[in-house]
Ligand binder design. Structure first.
Ligand code: NAI
Length: 326
């Protein structure tokens, strides 16, 4: 049996974590042979609920779950952590501007970045979920100079999975036949869901659906799916977001399938003309615990323009929070 790894999770008493933690403990994220220690962080008023989550985790008798630590101290939660799932964030309140949300959540991520920098395993792999996810990841990275920036990522796998479902529904084909879906850019409504390189049962998706559907129906449907769920459910996607985190980390740690890729918001190396250093969603392949951006894809002028718009939004978000990093 392998040695247990430490998985730190923030916002652990919230909605997403109520799905996420149980799936980590059952081995769905890191493999059925990998024991885990969950190190759960919450704000002080939520500790009582967090204790109840711990009771339920223990009551599942998961063979891989070695320990559960509940704390409101980030230095305890991230001590020697090998993985960091950054779910905790403030929701956008009534009358709150996007810039206020950026600043409030940015503060959380600058504080956590400094603490992670000091106490975590320097090789910690991080997935930021709390919104605005890409910019929070950027702020965390800027406050954690000891970490490899390649190890700080943000979640666009939920968008990727949403896109697969929309294409499966349109073509009437099974989801497991859909390969090489792509989400470019920011996890926001400027994201660019792109089927130009996608195949369905080995056939080019672009030949099976018309361009008008791809650009005018599919793209906005995927980009606004989060809002559609909120209006139906009264709160934001939780189980599907948790599933996205499981898929994101599983692909990163255990690798992507041959002949396929996944979407992850990662440290841009300037690929596709995107500013170096932004946390931007790209198609990536993963092997041996590392990711590689898929290069050499030919993009239409329409997609390039959309990719640039999403880049511009990320630059603006970053500039709004520039006081949170040197
Ligand atoms: P929630 O409100 O149910 O849970 C968030 C939890 O974070 C709360 O329990 C809260 O007490 C905690 N929290 C707040 N500040 C904290 C801090 N400084 N340290 C530790 N914990 C803290 O929200 P939910 O539904 O679990 O969503 C969490 C975040 O994920 C939100 O920002 C949401 O917008 C985002 N999200 C991102 C998605 C993505 O695809 N990237 C998809 C869906 C949601």
């Amino acid at each position: 049996m392998k040695q247990p790894v430490r998985v730190a999770v923030t916002g652990a008493a919230g909605q997403i974590c109520y799905s996420l933690l149980f799936r980590i403990a059952s081995g769905e994220m890191l493999g059925k042979d990998q024991p885990v220690i969950l190190q759960l962080l919450e704000i002080t008023p939520a500790l009582k609920v967090l204790e109840a989550v711990k009771m339920e985790l223990n009551d599942c008798a998961f063979p891989l779950l070695h320990d559960v630590v509940c704390t409101d101290d980030a230095a305890v939660a991230f001590k020697d952590a090998d993985y960091g799932l950054m779910v905790g964030a403030k929701p956008r309140g009534p009358g709150m501007e996007r810039a206020d949300l950026l600043k409030d959540n940015g503060k959380i991520f600058s504080t956590l970045g400094k603490i992670i920098n000091d106490v975590a395993n320097p090789a910690i792999k991080i997935c930021v979920v709390g919104n605005p996810a890409n910019t929070n990841a950027y702020i965390l990275m800027k406050n954690a100079p000891n970490l490899n920036p390649r190890n700080i990522t943000a979640l666009t796998r939920l968008d990727h999975n949403r896109a697969i479902y929309q294409l499966a529904e349109k073509t009437g084909k099974a989801m497991n036949g859909i390969k090489k879906m792509t989400i470019w850019g920011n996890h926001s409504t400027t994201q660019v869901p792109d089927i130009a390189h996608t195949s369905v049962d080995g056939e080019a998706a672009a030949g099976m659906v018309d361009t008008a559907w791809a650009n005018e129906a599919f793209m906005p449907k995927v980009a606004k799916r989060g809002a559609e769920v909120i209006s139906a459910r009264g709160s934001s996607s939780a189980a599907s977001a948790a599933n996205g985190v499981i898929d994101h980390m599983n692909s990163w740690v255990l690798g992507t399938e041959e002949g396929d890729w996944v979407s992850m918001a990662v440290f841009s190396d300037g690929s596709y003309g995107i500013e170096e250093g932004l946390i931007y969603s790209y198609p990536v392949t993963c092997k041996d615990g590392d990711w590689t951006i898929v290069t050499g894809l030919e993009n239409s002028d329409f997609i390039v323009q959309k990719m640039k718009e999403s880049e511009k939004e990320l630059q603006e978000e970053r500039d709004t929070c520039s006081d949170l990093f040197a």
